[in-house]
Ligand binder design. Structure first.
Ligand SMILES: [Zn+2]
Length: 245
């Protein structure tokens, strides 16, 4: 299965994608992680990308397409992959289709995780991390013991990632609404879209996601996956999942 994960920043795509890829034996291709790594290593690509990311802007298409082309050709992606963070625009989605077509491949499905914008702002702008061990915290959802410092590094004050500052978060959501939201229609048009609510407990969202992906089109190459025992194949099946708390 070659899957695109869609959804606004803060909806939990990264967490869900990692779990799904690990369980199904697919490669997780997280362009955000790949970019942050390039930034941390201060490669030429990383420096160029870093300036745009810190400003809440998207990195240029040719850089992104090149990253994904190379990564998706690696052996661990042979059985399938989950794309997280790419494509983000309709032109990128077209470029992805063209690139895969050269290998006689295509994106099988796109899963859309959704949540209201106020919740996304709350989740993102509250995120904190330890600059030493990179452990993730949240001002309200995952507080450190003393409220300010890493539990494992008592002298180290937690920090907010530059692109999680509230103003940047709002800008990321604006960019998402203009450039990425049209992808939902892009994959819906030819029946490849599956919609899942990103609200509720992490396990609940994960169950809905798997159900949405497995019902209509069980992947014969993914060994051991539960076969079509679950309910109806129509797109309505996933929408009733967890309307929130
Ligand atoms: Zn720490």
């Amino acid at each position: 299965m070659r899957l695109v994960l869609l959804g606004p920043p803060g909806v939990g795509k990264g967490t869900q994608g990692r779990r799904l890829a690990a369980e199904m034996g697919w490669a997780l291709i997280s362009t955000g992680e790949m970019l942050r790594e390039a930034v941390a290593k201060s490669t030429p690509l990383g420096r160029a990308a870093g300036r745009r990311m810190a400003a809440g802007e998207l990195v240029e298409d040719d850089i992104m397409v090149g990253l994904v082309r190379d990564r998706s050709a690696e052996p661990d992606a042979a059985r399938g992959f989950v794309l997280d963070g790419f494509p983000r625009t309709v032109p990128q989605a077209d470029a992805l289709e063209a690139m895969l077509a050269e290998r006689a491949q295509r994106i099988d499905l796109a899963a859309y995780l959704g949540a209201p914008e106020v919740e996304l702002v709350r989740r993102l702008s509250g995120r904190l991390e330890c600059p030493v061990c990179k452990r993730a915290y949240h001002r309200t959802d995952a507080r450190p013991r003393d409220g300010r410092h890493c539990d494992d590094h008592p002298g180290v004050e937690l920090r907010q990632r530059a692109d999680d500052a509230e103003e940047t978060v709002r800008k990321r959501l604006d960019v998402y609404r203009v450039q990425t939201a049209p992808l939902v229609d892009y994959y819906r048009r030819d029946g490849r879209l599956r919609e899942v609510s990103g609200l509720g407990a992490m396990d609940e969202v994960y169950r809905s996601l798997k159900q949405a992906l497995e019902c209509p089109d069980p992947d014969p190459t993914s060994s051991g996956g539960p076969s079509g025992a679950s309910s109806g194949a129509s797109s309505g099946a996933s929408r009733q999942a967890s309307p929130g708390r």
